[in-house]
Each structure stands twice: as C-alpha cells, then as structure tokens.
Ligand binder design. Structure first.
Ligand SMILES: Cc1cc2nc3c(=O)[nH]c(=O)nc-3n(C[C@H](O)[C@H](O)[C@H](O)COP(=O)(O)OP(=O)(O)OC[C@H]3O[C@@H](n4cnc5c(N)ncnc54)[C@H](O)[C@@H]3O)c2cc1C
Ligand code: FES
Length: 280
C-alpha cells in the first residue's frame, strides 16, 4: 500500500454523469489485484475533503509518446457523480494534484476449478469486474459479462470487455439498450445453461440480494464486491462494517469491508431471509 501525492493524467465525461479518470500511479500495474480499491483525496482550495473509495478499473503504462513523464504507470477509475466529492472530482483536469492511497482491501479469489465465469455488474458496479475479466481471459477461461442499468447511459465500457474476448449481455429497465428487464433474469437463464459457472457480482444492494438468492438456489459459488460507506479505508474507524453470516443479537460477528473486503464469499455474509428474487 502506498500513500502517493500525484497528478491526474486525464478526466473526461464518458456518459451523462459518468467520468473516467487516469492518475499517475507508479507501481500499480505490478501491485493492484482484481477487486481492490483506492482512497482518493482531492485538494480543493484550503479544504481537503475526506478520502473517497473507488474501485480500480484498470492499470497500465502510458504509450511512448507520453514518455516525457518521469513515471508512466497509471491507475484508471470510472465514477458516477453523486455528491460533493465526485462533483469536485468531475472538475479536475490533467496536472491537478490528488492523494492516492492504495491498492487497498481483498480482491476476488480466482476459482481454481471453474473455467466458466459469469460476471454480473449493476451500473457502476461494473468497475471492479474489468481486471477480473482480464485475468480470467488471460488464463484461457470462458468469461461472460451480464450488465444491467436503468438506461443505455448507465451501461459503460462494454466494448473494452468485448476486446478481451468476453461475451456481453445487457439488460436495461427501459429497454434502451439490450433486453428490457433486470440483469438477474439474464443470470437465471445463463446459470441454467452453464450450471458449473462461478459467479462474481458488484452493484446495488437489491441486485446483490437477488443474485445471492439465485446462486444459493442453484448452489453455485458466488463472490460479491460491496460498496459500504467508508471514511478511512484502512480498518481504523469501523465505519464500514457489515454483518457476517453468524450475526445475531448475541453474536455481533461484523466484517470490516475495507480490510476483509470489499470482496467476500457470499457465504461469509448475512443475507435477508428469503431475500428479493428480482430486484435491482
Ligand atoms: C470499495 C468501494 C468501491 C467503490 N467504487 C466506486 C467506483 O468505482 N465508482 C463510483 O462511482 N463509485 C464507487 N464507490 C462509491 C463511491 O465511493 C461514492 O459514490 C463516493 O464516495 C461518493 O462521494 P461523494 O462525496 O460524491 O458523495 P457524498 O456527498 O458523500 O454522498 C452522496 C450520496 O451518495 C451516497 N453514497 C456515498 N457513498 C456511497 C457508497 N459507498 N455506497 C452507496 N451510496 C453511497 C450517500 O449516502 C449520499 O446519499 C465505491 C465505494 C466503495 C466502498
Ligand atoms: S472505512 Fe474505516 S474501518 Fe473501514
């Protein structure tokens, strides 16, 4: 883990309200694992905000034409503007300074037995799935991405997954891209066809509850990446705890999302009894 004072390489809007930001980040291509995250602090006027957590979308090295830079390795984020911090981030430009803490947390565990993988992303939940797809494709496995959103504007970066060789399936609430309906309906169909697949999911809580119900019923392995509210990102504030599977009034059994997650085996977590089947 490094705490870097660094600069932005680019920051551009890719769909209404969604941005993509690359940050100079020496060492990240070697260190960052699929599913890990960073904490970003934006220096604004004299009032630095709290750090904000963001999944690592990808890492890489700048092409030779940018080699005027002393260090050329970068980390890339994809983010949605939802409040004061992300609004401020959206105004930043190449060369602006930020503080980057990471890579943080426990990412996805690569299933050693499964060779079929279903990656399920809801909206911005697609972010941590890209490096996972890259890694699984590199070892020759079959990867399918199922992605859902309210409308076509919420479906991001699909072609980059396709360039890896990933088959992609899109569902939108309004039918403006892909099929009309919930991504969980696509998951049920795909699991009927590929019952041995391992499933990995990130997205809104209702979607994760529904994915978990389906996987539990079909008895397939599921890992989920959670987006809990985080203040410190390093296990100090306990602001990000979630109930573990044994949690009850007598047994707190809390898990710290930033240290023990954000990726968990679904069986480690407490899920709503008979949770929703089709919500997103
Ligand atoms: C491990 C992890 C990875 C994440 N990866 C991404 C990512 O790749 N891209 C991305 O756009 N966002 C991601 N998030 C969520 C992101 O951290 C928040 O959207 C961001 O902190 C909001 O900051 P803000 O100051 O703009 O909003 P605030 O002003 O702090 O909040 C605005 C609204 O957003 C809600 N909110 C804030 N944080 C979260 C959260 N973690 N989950 C749900 N609701 C929240 C608040 O309750 C409030 O209603 C991730 C969160 C975690 C924990
Ligand atoms: S965010 Fe502080 S302990 Fe996890």
């Amino acid at each position: 883990m490094q705490d870097l004072k660094t600069v932005i390489l680019h920051n551009r809007e890719i769909a209404p309200g969604y941005f993509r930001m690359a940050i100079l980040a020496p060492g990240y291509p070697q260190q960052a694992l699929p599913g890990q995250f960073i904490m970003l602090r934006v220096q604004a006027n004299s009032q630095p905000l709290l750090r904000r957590p963001f999944g690592i979308f990808k890492t890489g090295t700048l092409p030779a034409e940018c080699s005027g830079m002393p260090e050329r390795e970068f980390v890339e984020l994809v983010y949605k503007v939802v409040g004061i911090g992300t609004q401020l981030m959206s105004t930043l430009q190449r060369g602006d300074e930020v503080e980057l803490l990471g890579p943080l947390g426990q990412g996805f565990t690569l299933d050693k037995t499964a060779t079929e993988h279903l990656l399920v992303g809801g909206g911005i939940g697609l972010v941590p799935l890209f490096m996972l797809a890259e890694t699984l494709c590199r070892r020759g496995d079959r990867v399918r991405l199922l992605v859902g959103g309210r409308s076509r504007d919420d479906i991001l970066a699909i072609t980059e997954f396709e360039r890896l060789g990933v088959e992609t399936y899109v569902a939108t609430d309004d039918g403006s891209l892909g099929e009309e309906g919930l991504v969980t309906a696509v998951l049920e169909r795909k699991l009927n066809k590929y019952p041995q697949a391992a499933v990995y999911a990130c997205g809104p809580t209702l979607m994760l509850n529904a994915v978990r119900s389906i996987c539990h019923r079909q008895q397939v392995a599921l890992q989920v990446s959670l987006e809990a509210l985080m203040a410190c990102g390093v296990g100090a504030c306990l602001g990000c705890v979630v109930p573990g599977h044994q949690h009850s009034e007598d047994d707190p059994d809390y898990l710290c999302t930033c240290r023990q997650g954000p990726v968990f085996d679904a069986d480690e977590l407490k899920w709503p009894e008979g949770g929703p089947e089709g919500g997103e």
